[in-house]
Design a protein around this ligand. Structure first.
Ligand code: SF4
Ligand code: SF4
Length: 245
């Protein structure tokens, strides 16, 4: 899970710090945390989920997500749309657990940790902060298993997610400072299409004069044709150039 601001000094964990936690079906709280949550999705989360579900990105977004604007950055926030049932359960939870486990979002992988990212005063040095969330009723926090934050990150397959998420976070933090104004409608559409709606973005890239207009290197074009992760990286290149103009 992401937190908006770095946690207070006494609550910060580094990668080498340890914590107690184990989550398994034998706990009476099993599945109880997969409901009534604000679960923001990164662009890479959306790509992984929509691919795992075999859905077109338009369909995934309209069926499974909510759209809001972050009042501080004015960038869009896409989050999982909880079910319209009394528990407000996640659409992907089943009695057996998470049905999209291999492709579960960053926030679910980090849980029970949260991670915040900040840029240094010069805007060039990225710093990360972890904290252990206070989760009432989470029996996993009383289990004897102890691990480091680093080990947890590795076990949860977070490296690929962090590698894709952090450049986007850097961009949003820098853009927020550089623009000095909220995103206008056209810029918002650009962000939505290039970050979250990969199928529409692919059409835009390969069915218009986009590649020439933005002078995209041949190598990057080839990769983006074959690989949606590379296409998402191209989306960030487009945003950096497009929002700067
Ligand atoms: S995506 Fe999976 S782990 Fe995350 S809240 Fe939904 S069911 Fe739980
Ligand atoms: S409440 Fe904690 S231990 Fe229980 S299922 Fe959720 S994360 Fe696991």
């Amino acid at each position: 899970m992401f937190v908006d601001y770095p946690p207070s000094l006494d609550q910060r964990l580094s990668r080498s710090d340890t914590f107690r936690f184990s989550c398994h079906k034998g706990l009476s709280c099993f599945n109880s945390c997969c409901r009534n949550k604000h679960l923001p999705l990164t662009p890479y989360d959306v790509l992984r989920l929509k691919t795992a579900l075999g859905l077109d990105s338009d369909e995934f977004l309209s069926r499974h997500t909510l759209y809001n604007i972050d009042p501080r950055s004015s960038f869009p926030i896409i989050s999982i749309r909880m079910k319209n049932n009394p528990e407000r359960s996640c659409p992907f939870v089943s009695p057996e657990g998470c049905t999209v486990y291999e492709d579960r979002p960053t926030a679910c992988r980090l849980f029970p940790l949260a991670r915040a990212v900040a840029l240094g005063m010069e805007g060039d040095e990225r710093r990360e902060f972890f904290t252990l969330l206070d989760i009432p009723g989470c029996l996993g926090l009383r289990e004897p298993a102890v691990m480091s934050v680093e080990q947890w990150m590795h076990d949860q397959g977070l490296e690929a997610y962090i590698a894709m998420n952090d450049p986007m976070v850097d961009f949003v933090l820098r853009a927020k400072n550089a623009l000095g104004r909220p995103l206008d409608e056209a810029s918002l559409r650009r962000v939505i299409v290039s970050c979250y709606n990969i199928d529409v973005f692919r059409d835009f890239v390969f069915s218009t004069n986009f590649l020439d207009a933005f002078e995209i290197e041949e190598k990057m074009c080839r990769r983006a044709r074959d690989d949606d992760v590379a296409l998402l990286e191209l989306g960030l290149v487009y945003l950096k150039r497009g929002l700067a103009s």
